[in-house]
Design a protein around this ligand. Structure first.
Ligand code: C2O
Ligand code: CU
Length: 471
């Protein structure tokens, strides 16, 4: 397997050590210890330095276990895991296990789930992931800086039976706003970013480094797990000469389908698993292009074929649908409906949209703004009945895109602007385009006060956040 023999990897080999040599991509894995009751990991959040851009000075970052992204955590579906998080930062932190359906006390929201982890302190997370799929973890405290300075990692939950692909690759894609010396630019949370698209940067890394190429072999079938861990950048990936097939969204299997227009759309915090059949020519290179923002297209990397003859003569049949996770199906005949209007932000002309008399907050949901990362006394926007089915209409009254994330649940994406969404799509973070409406449905089966917020971090911390109480 040639996945490790590339320049990017050797540049980082001092960080990866032997752990980088894995059939599962080149993210170093967290080392696990088995105890009687749970598989155990440790994660230490601290300052570090890492080479994000080749031929540039190393970048000062905040990171887990000294690396960007943090160690890849792999668990098996239904297996209890324990993660001891140690905080060696100069400020409070927590860890949120994004997309994993777990008890509120393990969800990492400060004050609502747990007291924040103070500098020098530890906190032990323990939970049993019910769903297989692609997830990730990140802090839920001082989120703009902590995520924006590098604290994030991939979290993979394996299916009980291996999926029929030749290999699996994880691409954690992260946008950074860097200075010319490759240092993280200051100015987190400035009013311009907050009221507009959020802190979109100028450098996108693939597994922690700007990538020239990713090695592939002709004929192989790859399961590529894409994770957008950016603060604000939305991505639309095109794979030149290839036809990715989407098999899972936010960890939840869907009917395999090609993305609209051949572009894989990934808002912040979203994950998409694609199956890629490598039917390019040996020795050739194919660009992977992100052209989400008009006039700002760039190439993320190139798929670089080795010279070996194709692994197989014929393309495989379409992949089998992944096994479904035990997510309850909402009952749409009895579901209660609620509308959540996403409001605020700068309009083209400089005014605030639909916000009649707001003060420091720039965003709101149904006229109410909650700011920050989670704190005590957050009054629920909605009170939901445990076990009941709900349909939420996310109506975007603003001029900006919002990836809306609900904690503790996965929801079925029913429709966009009244048109049914095909392919049985589930998500925990759904991208709502400007002036559009998306309907999602879920069973409120997890008791607690759950966050619902935009995952453009600037929008979240400046008001586009709410709490749904399920009891
Ligand atoms: Cu990725 Cu409130 O979370
Ligand atoms: Cu937003």
């Amino acid at each position: 397997m040639s996945a490790i023999a590339n320049a990017a990897t050797s540049r980082r080999s001092f960080l990866l050590g032997a752990a980088g040599v894995l059939a599962t991509g080149r993210l170093p894995k967290a080392s696990a210890q088995s105890s009687k009751t749970a598989r155990e990991f440790t994660l230490t959040a601290a300052k570090g330095r890492t080479p994000l851009v080749r031929a540039q000075p190393e970048t000062d970052v905040w990171c887990y276990d000294g690396i960007v992204p943090g160690p890849l955590i792999r668990a098996r579906q239904g297996e209890t895991i324990r993660i001891i998080v140690e905080n060696r930062l100069g400020e409070d932190t927590t860890v949120h296990w994004h997309g994993i359906r777990l008890p509120l006390a393990m969800d990492g929201v400060p004050s609502i789930s747990q007291p924040p982890i103070a500098p020098g302190q530890r906190f032990t997370y323990e939970f049993t992931p019910p769903d297989a799929g692609t997830f990730w973890y990140h802090p839920h405290a001082d989120s703009l800086q902590q995520l924006g300075r590098g604290l994030a990692g991939a979290f993979i939950v394996e299916e009980p039976e291996p999926v029929a692909v030749d290999r699996e690759v994880v691409w954690m894609l992260t946008d950074w706003r860097l200075t010319t010396e490759a240092q993280i630019a200051s100015g987190f949370g400035n009013g311009m970013d907050a009221a507009m698209s959020g802190r979109v940067g100028n450098t996108v890394t693939l597994n922690g480094i700007v990538s020239d190429e990713e090695p592939v072999g002709a004929g192989e079938r790859i399961r590529l797990r894409l994770i957008n861990s950016s603060l604000a950048r939305i991505m639309a990936l095109r794979f030149q000469g290839h036809r990715p097939l989407i098999v899972a969204i936010d960890g939840q299997p869907c009917d395999p389908h090609e993305p609209d227009g051949g572009r894989v759309l990934l808002g912040p915090a979203m994950r998409i698993d694609v199956v890629l059949d490598m039917h390019g020519e040996p020795g050739r290179r194919y660009k992977v292009i992100d052209d989400f923002y008009d006039g700002l297209a760039y190439w993320l990397t190139e798929l670089a074929y080795d010279d070996k003859p194709p692994l197989r003569a014929h393309i495989l049949d379409p992949p089998l649908t992944l096994p479904r996770n035990p997510v309850p199906d909402p009952d749409l005949t009895t579901a209660q409906m609620h509308e959540l209007r996403l409001q605020g932000g700068m309009m083209g002309g400089g005014g605030m949209a639909g916000m009649g008399g707001m003060s420091n907050a720039v965003w709101a949901i149904n006229g109410r703004s909650m700011t920050g990362d989670g704190h005590a006394e957050m009054t629920p926007l909605l009170a939901l009945t445990l076990g009941r089915s709900y349909v939420l209409t996310l109506r975007n009254d603003t001029a900006w895109w919002h990836p809306i994330h609900l904690h503790g649940h996965s929801f079925r994406v029913l429709s966009r602007n009244g048109r049914a969404v095909p392919s049985r799509q589930w998500a925990d973070t759904v991208l709502v385009p400007p002036k559009q409406a998306v309907e999602v449905a879920f069973v409120a089966d997890n008791p607690g006060d759950w966050m619902l917020h935009c995952h453009v971090t600037d929008h979240q911390v400046s008001g586009m956040m709410a709490v749904l109480r399920i009891a």
